[in-house]
Design a protein around this ligand. Sequence first.
Ligand SMILES: NC(=O)c1ccc[n+]([C@@H]2O[C@H](COP(=O)([O-])OP(=O)(O)OC[C@H]3O[C@@H](n4cnc5c(N)ncnc54)[C@H](O)[C@@H]3O)[C@@H](O)[C@H]2O)c1
Ligand SMILES: CC(C)=CCC/C(C)=C/C=C/C(C)=C/C=C/C(C)=C/C=C/C=C(C)/C=C/C=C(C)/C=C/C=C(\C)CCC=C(C)C
Length: 496
Amino acid sequence: MTIDAIVIGSGIGGLVTATQLAAKKAKVLVLERYLIPGGSAGYFERQGYRFDVGASMIFGLGQRGTTNLLTRALSAVNVSQEAIADPVQIHYHLPQGLDLKVDRVYEKFLQNLTAHFRHEERGIRRFYDECQKVFNCLNNIDLLSLEEPRYLLRVFFQHPLACLGLVKYLPQNAGDIARRYIKDPQLLKFIDMECYCWSVVPADMTPMINAGMVFSDRHYGGVNYPKGGVGQIAQKLVEGLEKAGGEIHYQARVTKILIEQGRAVGVQLANGKVYRGKRIVSNATRWDTFQQLLPVERIPHNEKKWQQNYQKSPSFLSLHMGVKQSVLPEGTECHHILLEDWEKMMAVEGTIFVSIPTLLDPDLAPSGYHIIHAFTPHWINDWQGLSQDEYEAKKEKAAWAIIDRLEKIFPGLDAGLDYLEVGTPRTHRRFLGREDGTYGPIPRRKLRGLLKMPFNRTAIPGLYCVGDSTFPGQGLNAVAFSGFACAHRIAVDLGL
Ligand SMILES: NC(=O)c1ccc[n+]([C@@H]2O[C@H](COP(=O)([O-])OP(=O)(O)OC[C@H]3O[C@@H](n4cnc5c(N)ncnc54)[C@H](O)[C@@H]3O)[C@@H](O)[C@H]2O)c1
Ligand SMILES: CC(C)=CCC/C(C)=C/C=C/C(C)=C/C=C/C(C)=C/C=C/C=C(C)/C=C/C=C(C)/C=C/C=C(\C)CCC=C(C)C
């Protein structure tokens, strides 16, 4: 039977595309190089612990509105995922005693922040209220392909004000709006950190649409942890895909996208096997798609331009730890950010991100133990060209430097350590198939919001991209949007 769409990669972007198409009765084949689905939202198991490989703070599993895209993607193929509400999005441990929690309740968060900056009470409220405006525009409309003129016309007639609001915010960045209301330099640094910890760039370079989503949805749909671990989301999507008649093959590494008369017509695997399909979707990064899967001389002009605007963000050094329960003080929250010096916010080993999923789902670790996943930015270049011994020694040294710093929030961490596995940018490159292990694209300089971020179609007819190198960028809920949009565009192109 002819395949309608071949999806390269089963990250959340690829799986949402595949399930949406399968739900529309398209014949879909997903090809995944690894053993399990999920990509950055995958997991691995060691000695009774189930560790999340990357994604750990999950938006999009809410129950209301239109922005709960993970919930919607699952229900489109008749599956669901139990979600555990996280009462605090992040506990920040920042320089100059700036210690505060982002409570799920909006007013409580504003109070916590205002307690540190009384003189900016009005500015704080005005900035975050403006983020809510962006979110309210999005959360009122059907979220589908912005490359489909009839859809645009329809939403515009249904919700003209929301659309005009979005058009206004699309070229803006969060930092410019924050500066309109806020003057205190330390508070502006805090807003930088609020953006950096998910966009990996400061507020000035973070698109306002994305900031509006994150800073509002955490108080609306909330951050929710999937029962059984983050990997469950992908597993459930695969279950739904198969129920809807789609197929997924593992250990199926695509090495080539086949082009005939300028059109993408199929793919070739590392083992030589060829599949042909009416449409090809790449969930690999744009760098991998256009530099590895296509002949380099084929890089379309607009892709070269994209690379002039966007660069690869650093990867991470990840510590997956199993620890004794006694390491976590009473009342510890699930997510933490630790930084001791503002100047180092974006430096290698500057900011430490921490996630402790077992506080929400104790079944992920043996009884009496917890998981601490700590990660911090690192570049692949610093990990290349080492002998095996040098590589191991470097891992060990870097890991213990992080553990030492974490003792500040988790006293006795070193003594309470039961298991430690360290991942480097090389690990991320190898297991996620992402060039240089990058977390995703970031602007090379200040750009106009999301205007330069490409949608799903590419310059090569028949070839589409999905995932975090497409609009609107990083984040599971963001790549879920990109999956909805990609499937919508393909369905229209195929006349489904
Ligand atoms: N919320 C968090 O805490 C957090 C943390 C880290 C990452 N993330 C997010 O996870 C998202 C990643 O989603 P995504 O959908 O863009 O992609 P992804 O990188 O997660 O998935 C891509 C998939 O494609 C597969 N693949 C790549 N090349 C292939 C090839 N040639 N042949 C076959 N398979 C191939 C990979 O193995 C992987 O499974 C990002 O948006 C990132 O921001 C979130
Ligand atoms: C018609 C006319 C005229 C017009 C029209 C217009 C329109 C309609 C427009 C539209 C638009 C749209 C739809 C848009 C959309 C968007 C979206 C969906 C977005 C989303 C976003 C999301 C995001 C950004 C998210 C993110 C998240 C993340 C990234 C996260 C991360 C995290 C991490 C890293 C972790 C951290 C921490 C710790 C651990 C502590």
